[in-house]
Design a protein around this ligand. Structure first.
Ligand SMILES: NC(=O)c1ccc[n+]([C@@H]2O[C@H](COP(=O)([O-])OP(=O)(O)OC[C@H]3O[C@@H](n4cnc5c(N)ncnc54)[C@H](O)[C@@H]3O)[C@@H](O)[C@H]2O)c1
Length: 566
């Protein structure tokens, strides 16, 4: 594959340290490590093999005769020696990185990648092996305990990959992508304009529901990069909308057809009104009529509307069929396609009916943005700003200094912004998949205000979701300032950045129905999903790049902020 070749060349030219693979026994470090080394033309070492060679006895014998501490010391010395070999691939024993001295040494002198796998897969792969730690007790229990014990140690690794369904070759290819990306992020690859990675990949880590997000140029035509073999030969159902059909879906359908048993396409009208009971019924019944099976594969090709509706349909038809998100708007790339929130609207409010149902993959092809109207593009950008404001001050600063490049849609800069947003969202979702501990709720920064404006404007084209969010962000910033969190200067920074990008920042600038009152806005905010029986809940910034949930905000203060902006 050409992309793999270019990743190999890039790594060979820019990495002068070993690649160290860590992870539990059975994760595939040795198998994948050998393939990686072969691809790079570098030597491969297995630290356990080296220990056996030096000690002249098996790992089990060392454990039994000398004990685990002695083995760990031998391991530390062995790994120290291996790290001195420079360019190479080293597979380490599962417990190596849980010894802090060994971990420090590995992290300082290599690019370290955690190959992760779910416990059932590990149990299957280690069955019948002679592993000392598996000699006593139920393997599933032992491996679960080990994983929990070592998780924080593995999490120190520079990179993480988890996908039980990949073949070792595919896993190696994916790792090459991730290393390339890591080198770019850490400026080992310096020429920014030159480096537009054709494909990069990150993992949303959710145990057995983990999935990859692929980001790249022309990815939809490069099926080999993202469509796992296990999906080949299945019946495919594509849901899309009229606008996307011509711009993207026809090409996509042609590209996947050779890999699928059959491909059926359903085209829906664009717009928020499509996220309805009626359309949901149409989609699900169309799938059934066309012979959908539990092993069929559903693709959502379009913006957030198509993604939310399709995800909901996939989660409920036949009690759940796998689906892949192929987002084609900036908003859906950075927000709605990642995280598994699916749903439709009800007459009582937006997204009132739905499920948490994770996709099997997200495939972001930057070229699909070429046909996206500028207004939609900007609305999506508001969600990128939101992500930076709620969780990463450096990212917001980066957006500020790269504003011109973003406005010019310089591909590499746009790709970075998408990547960073997806990465942040993936991390948040991994820690709070079902919005239970307050972390994921922070993604609603600006939305308590924004949803009220959207509702008032009737969810039509007069006010797009992202446009409402942009105004909501400014009001949330003012609220944060009034309760003593943000400085006036920071509020100004946020407002100026949104304005520079071409987004509206005041209620008076957006089109709300004639005669809208502050009470109407407040009433709608009370109905927001985040509100609880004690009143409205807001996400406030504690500073640029950090946020929290705020209860008990005086309603008068909220009114004051709204009135000032009307
Ligand atoms: N699930 C979540 O976590 C989540 C998060 C944020 C937003 N959302 C939802 O996302 C929806 C908004 O998504 P959206 O902004 O993508 O809107 P959208 O899906 O309505 O798409 C916007 C418009 O762009 C058109 N379009 C899409 N891709 C195109 C392309 N490549 N070229 C030309 N035209 C194209 C569409 O036909 C539509 O007219 C809302 O319903 C919102 O509730 C969901």
């Amino acid at each position: 594959m050409i992309k793999t070749q270019s990743n190999i060349e890039s790594i060979k030219a820019n990495l002068d340290k070993p690649i160290v693979l860590v992870g539990l026994m059975g994760a595939g470090k040795t198998t994948v490590g050998r393939i990686l080394a072969d691809m790079l033309g570098w030597p491969f070492y297995d630290s356990d093999d080296e220990i056996v060679r030096t000690a002249g006895k098996s790992i089990s014998a060392i454990f039994e005769e000398e004990g685990e501490p002695a083995f760990r010391e031998l391991e530390r010395i062995t790994i120290r020696g291996l790290l001195k070999n420079g360019r190479s691939v080293i597979a380490t024993g599962g417990g190596s990185i849980s010894v802090s001295e060994t971990a420090d040494m590995i992290l300082e002198n290599s690019v370290c990648l955690w190959i992760d796998a779910s416990v059932p897969v590990l149990v299957e792969r280690t069955a019948g092996s002679d592993r000392p730690l598996l000699k006593h007790g139920d393997p599933e229990e032992v491996l679960t305990t080990l994983l929990e014990k070592r998780r924080s140690a593995y999490m120190q690794a520079h990179l993480h990959i988890l996908d039980d369904n990949l073949t070792p070759d595919d896993m190696a290819t994916r790792i090459l992508m991730q290393i390339c990306e890591y080198l770019f992020e850490h400026n080992a690859i310096e020429d920014e304009e030159r480096h537009i990675p054709q494909a990069l990949c990150m993992t949303v880590s959710l145990f057995d529901r983990s999935y990859p997000i692929f980001i790249g140029a022309n990815l939809l035509n490069d099926i080999d990069v993202w469509l796992s073999h296990e999906f080949h030969g299945r019946k495919a159902f594509i849901i899309t909308d009229y606008n996307v059909r011509e711009a993207v879906t026809d090409r996509f359908q042609a590209a996947i057809s050779p890999y699928m048993k059959s491909v059926a396409v359903m085209e829906l009208p664009p717009g928020e009104k499509t996220k309805s009971f009626d359309r949901f019924q149409v989609v699900v019944e169309w799938m059934i009529e066309n012979g959908i099976k539990r092993d069929s594969l559903v693709f959502a090709v379009g913006g957030g509307v198509i993604g939310d509706l399709t995800g909901f349909a996939a989660s409920s038809v036949l009690r759940g069929v796998e689906f892949i998100q192929v987002p084609t708007t900036l908003l859906s790339m950075v927000d709605s396609s990642v995280g598994g929130k699916t749903g439709i609207n009800s007459k009582f409010g937006k997204n009132m009916i739905g499920t948490f149902y994770q996709p099997r993959a997200v495939v972001i092809d930057l070229e699909t943005l070429d046909t996206l109207p500028q207004r939609e593009w900007l609305a999506g950008y508001a969600e990128i700003v939101k992500t930076a404001l709620l969780g990463d001050a450096d990212f917001f600063y980066w957006l500020e200094i790269n504003a011109d490049k973003i406005l010019e849609k310089t591909p590499v800069t746009v790709m970075r912004a998408i990547e960073k947003s997806c990465h942040m969202k993936a991390e948040i979702v991994a820690q709070d998949e079902h919005e239970e501990n307050g972390l994921r709720a922070r993604l609603n920064l600006g939305h308590t205000f924004g949803h009220a404006f959207e509702n008032l404007s009737g969810y039509g084209s007069t006010l797009l979701h992202g446009e409402a969010v942009a105004v909501g962000l400014v009001l949330a910033a003012r609220l944060s300032q009034r309760i003593g969190n943000l400085s006036e200067k920071d509020v100004l920074r946020i407002t100026e950045h949104l304005q520079k990008m071409g987004l509206k920042t005041e209620i008076r600038d957006i089109e709300l129905p004639e005669g809208t009152t502050v009470s109407e806005i407040i009433d709608l905010m009370r109905k927001d999903k985040k509100s609880n029986q004690d009143g409205m809940v807001f996400i406030v910034m504690t500073r640029i790049g950090d946020s929290e949930l705020a209860y008990n905000i005086p309603e008068d203060l909220v009114k004051e902020i709204i009135i000032e902006s009307m």
